[in-house]
Write a protein that binds this ligand. Structure first.
Ligand code: SF4
Length: 704
């Protein structure tokens, strides 16, 4: 007789910020089958192509299974001693701020918390940044400017309950597929209209009711024009503006300077007046509007202003924090939100706190930290420049591949040679970041092996649970860091026995002396038992100690996290791209993702089914530009920018805007020789968020 099937383990997909629930059923031989979790409120049983292929990506081929120093297998003790000794030597010679951490939105919240505590409280370096800098730091900055806190005001139910969904710079159909299906369901059920705003025609644009093929970088003109239009048509909410906001008049005046009319908006954005008018009328006449944004907004040297121009329109109409209304940042990574919560960005301290003297003192006392930092550290682009200049001498990279994904990736890769101590905690043995030079390589547990929590785009915390045996000598990231902390003399502060204990401390910090002035509060979970943590169902924050239920929305009745509890309108800058084109570089390169791959292919590259969707690195080009360059579909072309070159397969499509190229960022030296698109991207950054402009690098293309 067949043995009874094992019960599935409830866990969370490790890819995008939708945060879908997964039921994993191990096969007892190191593999597992996966299905969507019907009880998870993000996906109700659905999975996209990436999520449903998770079972095909579990093999141990290409895994780091043992600690290594410069390619030599060593025991854990030797590796941990080497990390601690490298850091100690560096700190003694150059000071604590010569040490840096580069983290990842793939890490679990517990891992992120420990990294942040170790660096900012005990080593005493502010230089902790993360690949989330490339993903959604402009949204974080815009939230803070407008709301006084990094608060996502709405929830996924708003997507079900909106009558108008405006998708800006987001190929939602490919990059947040399960949310896009919810949007299509809303259209089916209640006739919701979908507007897609993007320089590039995508599947999202094709399925939208209205596609606006905006000129790159002109979003602030479109939403400035919209603010003017709403004001001129009596479509504002004067009560909300008066009671809950400040700064409306200067923001409107600036909007009038940028885009005073439909005609000027059309001229600035490259849209027709009819398109602009249709969109403005839809927005004005529909109360339930969600404006969802993603990398097209964030990955820009004006990303923070773009997001604030959008938030301005929602504040001005009072359409925020109510069912079916609000600005909504769709986070790219599975735990970008958790990273924000623990403070794993260079411009945050911890638990959504920053660097006021009171907050620094509060965190110092809570951690009993001997070396608390007092100000911001360097953000990703500046951090790698500092490595290049020799200012940062020791770097610990965890769960990310900056030698591929950073802008000017060749320079980043070369800069790593300058380090005295280079530590990489990894799952994949052969990445460009591991290959870059001799490193202390530490084997980390992967998805399916590790335990902890992640937070999705709607502030919902879900458990990732282990359902596979530990391979080789791999360890949890939080454990690895705690061992190094002990070697640096901080044993007592890093003495957790499991991930649940780390989570309890994180939750306790979030409520510590929080008198309702901070949005992030998990006090209701600060005493969670190990058993309750193991069994925890997905839950949204905030969840205070006194709350009867979690809070799904914010700000319908104001209550912002500024000193006067009012939101701030922002007078945004006129649209301008960071760098101009030239005769030598007449086009603009936009980088992004494809439907079936994730980041640098270390997981999705293992699935033949996923790899079949787009098998090789490619570049999309408009037929007119292809004609000028003498290229046809399927040719190989060399794309050049001021920073590098890549050889890519040509895909001629009218969906590309004339003058624009699009190339995905996934491929690396580890899986192709010449497709490193990150090497082509410029390093210009948003002055507020530090997020690089990855969507408009001046470029040329020629037959290979
Ligand atoms: Fe995973 Fe995102 Fe797909 Fe959901 S939508 S299954 S979280 S990749």
């Amino acid at each position: 007789a067949l043995a009874p099937e094992a019960a599935p383990v409830r866990t969370t997909c490790p890819y995008c910020g939708v945060g879908c629930g997964v039921l994993a059923r191990p096969d007892g031989q190191g593999g597992a089958s996966v299905a969507g979790d019907p009880q998870h409120p993000a996906n109700f049983g659905r999975l996209c192509s990436k999520g449903s292929a998770l079972g095909e990506t579990l093999s141990l081929d290409d895994r780091v299974l043992h600690p290594e120093i410069a390619g030599r297998r060593v025991a854990w003790d030797e590796a941990l001693d080497a990390v601690a000794e490298g850091f100690r030597r560096t700190i003694a010679a150059h000071g604590p701020d010569s040490v840096a951490f580069y983290l990842s939105g793939q890490l679990l919240t517990e891992d992120y918390y420990v990294a942040n505590k170790l660096a900012k409280g005990f080593i005493g370096t502010p230089h902790v940044d993360t690949n989330s800098r490339l993903c959604m730091s402009s949204s974080v900055a815009a939230h803070r400017r407008a709301f006084g806190s990094d608060t996502v005001p709405g929830c996924y139910e708003d997507l079900d309950e909106a009558d108008l969904l405006v998708l800006v710079g987001s190929n939602t159909a490919w990059c947040h597929p399960i949310l896009f299906r919810r949007m299509l369901d809303a259209r089916e059920k209640r006739g919701t209209k979908i507007v897609a705003i993007d320089p590039r025609q995508t599947q999202t644009g094709e399925e939208a009711d209205l596609f606006l093929g905006i000129r790159p970088g002109t979003d602030t003109a479109l939403f400035s024009g919209l603010l003017v239009h709403l004001a001129d048509h009596g479509a504002l909410d004067p009560r909300y503006i008066a009671e809950h906001t400040a700064g409306f008049e200067p923001a409107l005046e600036r909007a009038r300077q940028i885009a005073p009319s439909i005609a000027s908006t059309a001229a600035a954005t490259g849209l027709t007046e009819a398109e602009v008018e249709t969109f403005f009328t839809l927005f004005r006449t529909t109360q339930r509007v969600v404006t969802a944004t993603s990398q097209g907004v964030n990955q820009s040297a004006q990303g923070t202003d773009k997001a604030n121009a959008i938030i301005n329109c929602h504040l001005a109409t009072g359409r925020i924090g109510q069912p079916g209304m609000g600005p909504f940042s769709l986070t790219g990574q599975p735990n970008a939100m958790g990273g924000r919560e623990v403070g794993g960005l260079a411009n945050m301290l911890a638990a959504h706190m920053h660097f006021t003297p009171e907050e620094v003192d509060l965190v110092r006392r809570f951690w009993n930290a001997p070396n608390i930092i007092t100000g911001e550290g360097m953000k990703a682009v500046a951090l790698f420049e500092a490595i290049e200049r020799g200012k940062i001498k020791a770097l610990w990279v965890m769960g990310t591949n900056p030698a591929v994904s950073m802008p000017r990736a060749d320079r980043v890769r070369a800069a790593l040679q300058k380090l005295d101590t280079y530590v990489v905690s990894e799952v994949a043995a052969d990445t460009d970041t591991v290959r870059a030079r001799n490193a202390i390589v530490l084997p980390a547990l992967a998805w399916g092996e590790k335990d902890g929590t992640v937070t999705n785009s709607e502030r919902r915390i879900s458990r990732q649970r282990a359902f596979l045996a530990t391979p080789g000598e791999a360890k949890a990231d939080w454990w690895i860091m705690a061992q190094v902390a002990k070697r640096l003399g901080h044993a007592k502060a890093f003495a957790w026995g499991n991930a649940a204990a780390v989570f309890r401390e994180h939750a306790a910090l979030s409520e510590f002396e929080n008198r309702g002035t901070r949005d992030f509060d998990l006090g209701g979970l600060a005493d969670i038992t190990d058993a309750a943590y193991d069994a925890a169902a997905p839950v949204q924050w905030p969840l205070t100690r006194k709350a009867k239920a979690p809070q799904s929305r914010f700000f319908a009745q104001g209550g912002f996290f500024t000193r006067d509890r009012k939101a701030r309108f922002v007078a945004v800058q006129k649209p301008a791209l960071a760098q101009g084109t030239s005769d030598a570089l007449p086009l603009r390169l936009n980088t992004g993702r494809v439907r079936d791959h994730w980041h640098t292919l270390t997981r999705t590259g293992k699935s033949p089914r996923l790899s079949a969707h787009r098998a090789v690195p490619f570049v999309e080009i408009h037929p007119d530009d292809a004609g000028v360059a003498g290229l046809t579909d399927g040719d190989l072309a060399r794309v050049r920018t001021a920073h590098g070159a890549a050889v890519l397969e040509v895909m001629v499509t009218p969906g590309a805007q004339a003058g624009m190229l699009f190339a995905p960022m996934h491929w690396s030296e580890a899986n192709t020789s010449d497709g490193r698109v990150g090497a082509l991207a410029q390093g210009a950054v948003d002055p507020v968020s530090g997020q690089p402009e990855l969507k408009a690098t001046p470029a040329s293309i020629a037959p290979e």
